[in-house]
Ligand binder design. Structure first.
Ligand SMILES: Cc1cc2nc3c(=O)[nH]c(=O)nc-3n(C[C@H](O)[C@H](O)[C@H](O)COP(=O)(O)O)c2cc1C
Length: 345
């Protein structure tokens, strides 16, 4: 179920809130998202971005999650946890579609402009517009060719650059380290607006060397079809709404933030990576996907809570704090989770 099909399924099940009035990408989308934090929302009329939609809140409540996983309406949270665990325990299949899709509009080189995307300024206390809040970052280990897909926040810094805020122990950081040994930049692809189960697999922490695409396919219970990137040997999901291709610049650190993050507090990362974008591809009338994190019980917390119940949360930070936080997440004690602070402090 690609993102569009899922949105239409939510609509059929009366689980989608349509916002048809004009909304400002600056603060207003974030405010409305926080206000309706238990609902899936489709923004249909974004100031300055008339030909774009913005979808948020797929993990806002158990009903939306059951629809995503194709589960019975009467299933309980524990059934969802059992189902996810059992799906992750098998290996899914992936394939690559080599026919270039012609339905994408592409901007390359000097024509790249991230400000052409309907990226919200999610919170008045944020330092800017975050293009990466609910997406996947894809990279390859240059020595083993293993893929990593993760969710790492990204702030727009200029028309063709963003930060990528990665914890030092993350698999993307590991790939960057290896490319640096080879004295080169690290190719990265970012897919925004993909099947939500792919984001779920990317947010889960598997052992190094496990390719999250196979785990996404097992969660989807069908083959995951990918497409080749234009300028690198990376692949992104065939149904991606928006694709950014580029490189993490070797040896460059930038400041990311402040960002109102999962702890409900502002956070600054002075050691973030610099991502230079050289291709933007988007489908016609694309569905941008993002989220306002940091509200107790908002969708980021719901997703982490499910993953914590199957021991798949690892922010690669302080182990003791993470053990305590996993307990709070599992038991949906989101305020206590936030009180314990950032795993990386
Ligand atoms: C909404 C959301 C945002 C996240 N943002 C970040 C982030 O900015 N930096 C980070 O290191 N991890 C972030 N994470 C956690 C990682 O996605 C998660 O640890 C994932 O397993 C990373 O993959 P890895 O273990 O393969 O590195 C986020 C998770 C979610 C659900």
């Amino acid at each position: 179920m690609g993102l569009r099909m899922f949105i239409s399924e939510l609509d059929t099940c009366n689980e989608l809130t349509h916002i048809k009035k004009e909304v400002d990408w600056k603060y207003e989308i974030g405010e409305i998202t926080r206000q309706y934090k238990n609902k899936a929302i489709l923004f249909e009329n974004i100031k300055d971005y008339k030909d774009n939609y913005l979808f948020t809140g797929a993990f806002s409540n158990l009903n939306t999650i059951k629809i995503l996983l194709g589960m019975d309406k009467k299933s309980k949270r524990k059934d969802i946890v059992t189902e996810i665990r059992s799906r992750f325990s098998v290996q899914g299949n992936i394939s690559i579609n080599n026919n270039v899709r012609n339905e994408y509009e592409a901007d390359e080189g000097d024509h790249v402009n991230l400000y052409n995307l309907p990226v919200p300024w999610w919170h008045a206390e944020d330092g800017g517009r975050y293009v990466g809040t609910w997406h996947i970052n894809v990279s390859k280990d240059p020595f083993t060719n293993r893929i990593n897909a993760g969710v790492y926040r990204m702030q727009i810094l200029s028309k063709n650059t963003t930060s990528i805020s990665v914890s030092k122990g993350s698999h993307l950081a590991d790939h960057v380290k290896k490319h640096t040994i080879l004295k080169r930049d690290s190719p990265v692809a970012v897919a925004i607006g993909v099947d939500e189960r792919i984001v779920m697999a990317a947010a889960a922490s598997f052992e190094k060397g496990i390719d999250e695409y196979y785990k996404a396919a097992s969660l989807m219970k069908k083959e995951l079809v990918l497409q080749k990137c234009k300028r690198s040997d990376l692949e992104v999901p065939l149904d991606s709404e928006i694709i950014l291709e580029g490189n993490i610049k070797r040896g460059v650190c930038v400041t990311d933030g402040p960002f109102f993050d999962y702890c409900g507090k502002k956070n600054v990362n002075e050691g973030a990576l610099l991502f230079e974008v050289n291709v933007i591809r988007k489908r016609k009338k694309p569905y941008f996907r993002g989220t306002a994190v940091g509200c107790p019980g908002a969708e980021d917390h719901n997703l982490l809570s499910l993953l914590a119940s199957i021991d798949l949360v690892n922010f690669h930070g302080n182990t003791y704090r993470q053990m305590i936080q996993n307990y709070f997440l599992r038991h949906k004690m989101f305020q206590l989770f936030q009180l314990t602070g950032r795993i990386h402090s």
